[in-house]
Design a protein around this ligand. Structure first.
Ligand SMILES: [Fe+2]
Length: 467
């Protein structure tokens, strides 16, 4: 049965709003100053066809600006080639989407032509070299104006690195003053590449290359003080399928090879050498939560799935049929990797959880609290705060309210790790209205909610940029 409740979360939104002051119930703290900018899909048709996968919707950055307790909202589609294609009734890519780029990348390898990846940058955002950038998993990022969200054209790096796929999850390390990311290059030998982007530059400095005969789909890496841990799961990219006429999208290249283990490559951030290579039983992950060094061990917390079923479950047809009930739950797991390659695994929260965040100051460091979207309830998504030391959790939920990815914002000069607020967008499916919720990060008590004038389709990721 189709779950009508889900319709607003996967329904196209055409309306664009600029700098609209939102009505607030309760209050947002006066010290909260800056903007939460999120990214996600907002149009699910192109060329007269409904897109097949949630990941394919057209990018619409959305912004909540905070000043003196006031909340102002702006949303605007990226004006990209994909957007123009959809507007002109031409089909747009599918996540699928990357396949055109990947096939062309392979063509490029065979000297048939240059790669032309899609520019529908709908996954995440970052501030690089003072500018704002919408990110996707192919190297075609898009600049936008943080005030108006107006599109400013393609983002170009000041380097000569050649990547065929690149992460949309740059890890901003405030302690070292750099973003860390990973990319994939296809060739005679495929390679994972690790790079840093020093603050104030648009330059990727590659510091490690890990060869692989069968590249995995790696969505994010774990960054600790001294290491980057890349988790190679059994979900592999069958690059030769890109040349098949039956391949419609990147989705079709993914191949769950259940006989494989999952490999952790722990790479030194200073030397680029693989310090530890360790294997664990198979699982799949999109998101690392945090990583840190602990007495010679590297600890990586991530959201693990039993297999790749989640990727299929996020197809729009399946979501329309079953809603989130058909999406397998992710689990918050801690992998402790010793220098000798032994791995210890521990579950930190027994409920379903995804879209994690930790306070900025504990990123790459030992930490206690992880926040995320909890997915166990029927007819709602919760907000959860997990105490990783005590093995306890606080949860917030409200009937028919679907909480999205939370974002923790610390109070200026906070001493305690959880002194601050959690900002969480949510969709009230009954009222067909989106909200921005504000919680005390220590107690998860609701402080305020701002009402958005329309239902925003479910988004992916965002960041808070302080002013
Ligand atoms: Fe992600």
């Amino acid at each position: 049965m189709a779950d009508a409740n889900f319709t607003p979360g996967f329904r196209s939104l055409d309306e664009e709003v600029t700098d609209r002051t939102l009505p607030v119930e309760g209050s947002f703290p006066p010290w909260l100053s800056g903007q939460l900018i999120r990214n996600g899909p907002a149009k699910f048709e192109g060329g007269g066809q409904r897109l097949t996968h949630w990941f394919d919707g057209l990018a619409m950055p959305r912004k909540y600006a905070f000043d003196g307790g006031e909340v102002r909202y702006t949303n605007r589609f990226l004006r990209t080639e994909s957007y123009e294609d959809a507007a002109a009734g031409r089909p747009i890519g599918q996540f699928a989407t990357g396949v055109g780029g990947l096939a062309k990348a392979l063509g490029w390898l065979r000297r048939l032509g240059p790669p032309e990846p899609t520019d529908n940058a709908n996954v995440h955002v970052a501030r690089l070299d003072g500018g704002f950038v919408a990110l996707t998993e192919v190297p075609k990022w898009v600049r936008f104006d943080s005030e108006t969200l107006a599109t400013r054209g393609e983002f170009t790096f000041q380097d000569l690195a050649t990547h065929h796929m690149i992460t949309a999850h740059l890890v901003e390390d405030p302690h070292r003053g750099e973003h860390v990311g990973h990319a994939l290059t296809f060739g005679r030998t495929h390679e994972y590449r690790l790079f840093r982007i020093p603050d104030g530059t648009r330059r990727r400095e590659e510091f490690a290359a890990i060869p692989t005969d069968s590249p995995a789909y790696v969505h994010s890496v774990g960054v600790s003080e001294d290491h980057v841990t890349l988790v190679e799961t059994p979900l592999r990219i069958d690059v030769l399928r890109a040349l098949s006429p039956f391949t419609e999208g990147f989705f079709d290249l993914l191949d769950w090879q259940s006989e494989r283990d999952t490999t952790f490559y722990v790479v030194s951030r200073d030397t680029g050498k693989v310090a530890v290579e360790a294997t664990a039983p198979p699982f799949f992950t999109f998101h690392t939560v945090n990583a840190f060094e602990d007495g010679g061990d590297v600890v990586v917390d991530l959201i693990a799935f039993e297999d790749d079923g989640v990727v299929t479950a996020l197809r729009l047809d399946d979501l329309a049929e079953q809603g989130f009930a058909g999406v397998p739950p992710g689990r918050l797991e801690r992998y402790r990797i010793a220098p000798d390659g032994t791995i210890e695994r521990r579950r930190l929260y027994d409920g379903g959880i995804e879209l994690p965040d930790v306070p900025r100051q504990v990123r790459t460091r030992p930490y206690r609290y992880a926040y995320g979207q909890s997915t166990d309830r029927e007819g709602a998504n919760e907000l959860v705060k997990v105490d990783t030391e005590r093995g306890t959790a606080r949860e917030f939920w409200e009937r028919e309210l679907y909480v999205e990815e939370p974002c923790v914002v610390s109070r200026p000069d906070a001493d305690a790790e959880d002194d601050g607020v959690v900002l969480a967008p949510a969709l009230d499916v009954a009222a067909e209205q989106s909200l921005l919720l504000c919680f005390d990060a220590a107690t998860l008590a609701e402080l305020g909610r701002a009402r958005v004038p329309h239902p925003i389709p479910f988004g992916f990721h965002g960041r808070f940029f302080g002013s």
